[in-house]
Write a protein that binds this ligand. Sequence first.
Ligand SMILES: [Zn+2]
Length: 123
Amino acid sequence: MDKQFLVTIKNKLLEKEQQLMNEMEDLTGSGRSSAGKYQLMPPDYGSDEDENSAEVAAFTTDLSVKEVLESSLRDVRSALARLEDGTYGICKYCGQPIDERRLLARPASSSCVNCKESIKSRV
Ligand SMILES: [Zn+2]
């Protein structure tokens, strides 16, 4: 794989990692929550009898957003690790190189389009 391409990918991954960490910070309210580009404000549910379950639902939503961020961050970091050990861009299922356009669009991808599709159709 072309060296310049890998540099581009690495920059994208680092940028993504930073962005995810910022979102995580905003979400947990530590640090610069006043920047507020990703504030999770509890919606106004009114005061009907469903209020409590709505609050629980809002809390659950917070948690799942955090989980999504955490798993994205894991993907980005494992992609960076694969860049380091030279296995980046290889599909983890079939061992074939992943299409570069796919990698540019989704730098944290660890499987090729074909495998991704066949996994989806199996579910
Ligand atoms: Zn594959």
